[in-house]
Design a protein around this ligand. Sequence first.
Ligand SMILES: [Mg+2]
Length: 312
Amino acid sequence: MANYILSGIMGLVVGDALGVPVEFQDRETLRRSPVKDMRGYGTYNQPPGTWSDDSSMTLALLDSLKKGLDYEDMMDKFLAWYEEGAYTPHGEMFDIGIATSQALRRYKEGANALETGGQDEYDNGNGSLMRILPILFYLQKEYEFNFLDYDEAFEIIHNISSLTHRHKRSQIGCGIYISIAHYLILEKNLEEGIRKGTKKAFSFYRSKTGFKEELEPYSRLEDPYFKDLSEDDIKSGGYVVDSLEASFWCLLNSQSYEEAVLKAVNLGKDTDTTGAICGGLAGIFYGYDNIPETWLNKIVKRDWIEDLCKEG
Ligand SMILES: [Mg+2]
């Protein structure tokens, strides 16, 4: 049986690492000099194969879930990353989003884990979406393959978002992403998986007061011609809605893992996070064996990450 944890997590880590050296570069610059391979240095002056906060927080969550659902433990592990360099490639954290650092500070000051995430409209960066993937594997195990039929499953996804991003728009972004990731496992056809995963999540949110009002920003995902939008209509900054759209759009317009993540990274701006969000899904859909071995070989602490995936 395919190990979707390994494919998803390594897909995400590789996408992150491809984007790290060019984070913040704009699309025009990357059009002139597109990323085609695992580069090094650049924005953070890190060697090739260095992954960032997206992967670190994903791995911290994956590790925490091995002991069950414990929100305080998740925050403790995020804090260990932030303060002690746990779950980092070189023993030191080198990037963090504003909302996440604020949440960690509030947690350290004694706030309850589920009340640390910002809940204002401007708190809707992609910082919870980029690390949400491991909850998919937990929910599949706990609730079996129809977990999306349970309100509690969505509640758990929302709670995990809320650790750093508590606004309903961020929670919905995570819900749609997990629903699609799940359907990419169930469906062997990429377009069908994305369509059914979107439909499932939207029908859940439409039935819930408080959430249905927040669905509007995501409405383009339901457009049957979403795939055909031009690249100029796809944004790749740090806004959760843009990151989700960009990752699906890249998947829908690619034929392989490699093509999808390179497309995501070369959109520019938040390159590592778009690469990570898209890479997680591309890894799940195309499988670990279709992630280029030359890229996997460059990933710092590859064996350690893969062990973490296998123990899950
Ligand atoms: Mg990052």
